[in-house]
Design a binder for this molecule. Structure first.
Ligand code: EPZ
Length: 423
């Protein structure tokens, strides 16, 4: 098992960092490549992450050709021959995001079988909104033996109101609706930049998706889709993670080609704390003096609210800013586990259901810590940068799902950090 070892306390990150394509965009984009019956689809600016390899295997399991050229960060998909309609359990069970292949397989084949995604450490992760929407479009859904089977001779348009703006459900239903008979309206839809990126690819494939990025999507079904070429949008969560790292270390970092619009809620909170965030020609520059920063209150919400995927990283910043900060996590029910590990480093905090009170400014000490989920791993590494002494972060399989060359990028900015393999 690999471990990351950080000598912290004196780190000041300085320089510029390149950000990869978005994990949470490329996974649904890969699901969309199931839809075209003619032509190949090429995805560019693909991040080299374990979740991408997993999703490639899910799509390959349908009998579809998927070639991943890692040097060029490019994936070519050819779905022109008939596809199978059972997603392979061994891969679907590894990554719950695979559930978004359900809509595309059903829309294309009229029949789909996908294993129920398990929960994960941050929450139970139900899929009721996915299934309710597909049923509204005429699908017959059965759940047996841990599998979901969906059948529909031909999906038809529907007017769907989402109880919650679920990202995955919005993506599943949007993709299914592209080949349905008639018009589908999805109200209270998710508005994340990754939703917009998916709609752009679908429209490049010949779909008619309107309103992406707003709370109401209108999709007019078409007979078939064709292949397309598409650049994956930049990963706003990786970009945000480096913005927080720069603030925590009183650094001066240019986040190359970062998109201000995609990170407005995070940037507004950083500025409220007293962090300098400025837009430059080729990216966003983040500078800070830790002693001048002020505590804040943050509540995570669906986009355009503060992203839950930045919550753990932001609590690491709150931990070292003098004063009482408050983090309220409204999206997932169990996403404060990183705070338990940070307590081992000297963090003072109390958790009261969805609210963490963080008494920031106490000196933190390096310690061996265990990551429990993807964003917790990043938060613990950032904390190691500012804790005095040595921090060792284990269980890096979580980190490798969502960050490419994370420790190399931090080392290039001046961190004393290395990754060692242990038998
Ligand atoms: C996506 O997960 C992201 N994953 C998550 O990123 C992200 O945290 C989440 O959106 C919210 O932004 C990918 O895109 C691969 P949701 P998803 O459906 O689609 C409830 C990361 O760290 N819900 O918007 O699963 C659910 O329980 C990962 O990169 C229902 O109740 O998120 C949760 O409380 C973590 N019923 C809330 O909605 C449903 O049918 C948000 O879930 C679906 C969801």
């Amino acid at each position: 098992m690999d471990k990351i070892i950080i000598e912290g306390g004196q780190t000041r990150l300085d320089g510029e960092v390149v950000i990869e394509g978005a994990k949470n965009a490329v996974l649904p984009l890969l699901a969309a490549t199931i839809l075209p019956k003619s032509g190949k689809t090429i995805l560019r600016n693909v991040p080299i992450l374990s979740d991408v390899f997993t999703m490639n295997n899910v799509v390959r399991g349908l009998g579809i050709s998927v070639e991943f050229n890692e040097d060029d960060k490019e994936i070519t998909v050819d779905a022109t021959s008939d596809i199978l309609d059972v997603a392979p359990y061994e891969y679907v069970s590894k990554m719950r995001a695979s559930i978004v292949v359900l809509g595309p397989i059903l829309a294309r084949n009229g029949h789909a079988k996908v294993s129920m995604p398990g929960g994960c450490t941050i929450g139970s992760r139900p899929i009721d909104l996915h299934l309710k929407g597909l049923e509204a479009m005429g699908a017959k859904i059965t759940q047996l033996g841990g599998d979901i089977t969906a059948e529909a001779e031909k999906l038809h348009g529907a007017h769907i109101y989402m109880d919650f703006p679920s990202v995955g459900a919005t993506q599943n239903l949007m993709m299914a609706a592209t080949l349905a008979e008639g018009v589908t309206t999805i109200e209270n839809a998710a508005r994340e930049p990754e939703i917009v990126d998916l709609a752009i690819l679908l429209n490049e494939m010949g779909a008619q998706v309107r309103g992406a990025g707003t709370e109401t999507l209108v999709i007019t079904g078409v007979d078939s889709l064709h292949g397309a070429e598409h650049d994956v949008v930049q990963d706003r969560i990786e970009a945000g993670t480096f913005m927080v790292a720069a603030a925590m270390t009183s650094g001066n970092v240019l986040i190359k080609d970062a998109v201000w619009e995609h990170n407005r809620p995070l940037i507004s909170k950083l500025m409220e704390m007293g962090v300098s965030v400025t837009e430059e020609e080729n990216g966003i520059r983040v500078q800070a003096e830790l002693d001048n920063l002020r505590p804040v209150t943050v509540k995570t919400l669906p986009h355009p609210g503060f992203p839950t995927d930045m919550q753990a990283q932001f609590t690491a910043l709150m931990a070292i800013v003098k004063g009482e900060s408050t983090m309220i996590e409204t999206v997932f029910e169990n996403r404060f586990q990183h705070l338990e590990e940070m307590r081992r480093m000297g963090l003072h905090s109390e958790i009261l259901r969805d609210t963490a009170l963080i008494h920031g400014g106490h000196d933190l000490q390096g310690a061996p810590v265990m990551s429990t989920d993807l964003r917790a791993s990043a938060a613990l590494i950032l904390t190691g940068l500012v804790a005095n002494g040595t921090t060792i972060v284990g269980k890096l399989t979580h980190l490798d799902r969502g960050y490419y060359q994370f420790h190399e990028k931090l080392a290039k900015l001046g961190a004393n950090i290395r990754r060692v393999s242990e038998a």
